[in-house]
Design a protein around this ligand. Structure first.
Ligand code: SAH
Length: 346
């Protein structure tokens, strides 16, 4: 009986080099294969044309390349593309390509489903099945880069970890993926073009700061009042705002990187002056900006986007306090590709 083949992309470059030495070959063969796997995104060993046939069949014998495949691709009337991505074990995650005039942004998933329970998010309705491996995250990025070149004649320019899952609950794999994406031996993307979005896990925000990561941080705040935030994001009970705030000050002190707060204003939930005051108090002494994002309906009567006057009250007050505020329009709503709508409907 043959032993189960290993996923070759779980090996480090050194481990690959060692493998070839064990096979009586030369270590640099490991570098060549590594380049095929990570720089050229090979889907199969037969693509590795500078590797001899004999060596390729040794690789076939020992390893598999668990590449993702794009199961279905939907295009929105605004150009947004949503991919349903099939993993090697049959599970599905979604990733989104968001085009603007000058950029292409990939919105990628970090987990299958999500273990958090934000009441306004469609992904929360899916049970968390498992974490994604680093290669499964990188594959989403390369697939979208390919689509960007094909449909928009330009490479992918930005990445946001705002798809399914909580990236800080799969921190090690997300970090390994970002390493591959930014390394010259991978896709050579600048970390400044990558944003990790988290619902806010203080311990992990501190860890990221200690790790001196170079990418950007966004926090899904939605309310700066504990009772309100716990009402819509129950895990806030475990990670209250005071701890979150302290971890963000720590992040800024270490990284000198401004934080982005994502914030939806809902009627009857966080549309009062007290909500605005709390938000200002929360971010006043923290170099940050606020993105007011449009609510994307997930068919739950409790959540209705606040009207323009409430949004304007936020904008006026934030600007008065010299806090940068942007209003973000949704993209890809007609195909359920917008923030919080990823739920494997298809
Ligand atoms: N778990 C991470 C990343 C995924 S959610 C996080 O919480 O940040 C990506 C963003 O979409 C978050 O800011 C989240 O709060 C927001 N979001 C979730 N559901 C939404 C909805 N229905 N409408 C608009 N934004 C939503």
């Amino acid at each position: 009986m043959t032993a189960k083949k290993k996923d070759i992309r779980a090996l480090t470059k050194d481990q690959l080099r060692d493998f070839f030495v064990e096979q009586g070959d030369q270590a640099f063969r490991g570098n060549q294969v590594y380049e095929w796997l990570w720089q050229r995104a090979a889907h199969g060993f037969e693509e590795m044309t500078n590797i001899s046939k004999a060596t390729r069949s040794i690789l076939e014998e020992h390893f598999v390349i668990n590449h993702i495949s794009v199961d279905t691709m939907q295009r929105s009337s605004d150009g947004t593309i949503k991919n349903a991505v099939r993993l090697h074990d049959g599970l599905i995650v979604e990733s989104v390509l968001i085009p603007t005039e000058s950029r292409t942004t990939a919105c990628v998933s970090s987990q299958v489903g999500c273990s958090l329970d934000c009441h306004f998010c469609a992904t929360a309705r899916l049970k968390k099945m498992r974490n994604l491996n680093p290669d499964e995250i990188v594959d989403q990025v390369t697939a979208i880069d390919h689509q960007s070149r094909l449909y928009f004649n330009r490479p992918l320019s930005n990445i946001v970890f705002m798809g399914m899952g909580e990236p800080l609950m799969n921190y090690n794999n997300v970090l390994k993926a970002i390493d591959k994406i930014t390394s010259p031996e991978g896709l050579s993307m600048s970390p400044r073009r990558i944003t990790l979005s988290t619902s806010g896990i203080p311990k992990m925000i501190r860890k990221m700061a200690d790790d001196e990561v170079k990418f950007n941080l966004a926090v899904s705040l939605h309310s700066a009042i504990d009772a309100t935030r716990t009402g819509i994001m129950p895990f806030n009970e475990t990670f209250p705002l005071k701890d979150l705030k302290e971890s963000l000050h720590y992040w800024y002190a270490k990284t000198k990187k401004r934080i982005t707060f994502e914030y939806v204003v809902w009627a009857g939930i966080n549309d009062k002056q007290a909500d605005i005051d709390a938000l200002i108090d929360f971010c006043k002494h923290l170099p940050s900006k606020v993105n007011l994002i449009e609510y994307n309906s997930i068919d739950d009567d409790r959540f209705v986007q606040a009207d323009a006057s409430a949004i304007n009250a936020y904008i006026t007050a934030l600007e008065l306090n010299r806090i940068v505020v942007n209003v973000r329009r949704s993209r890809g709503k007609d195909i359920d590709a917008a923030c919080g709508q990823l739920a494997n409907k298809s």
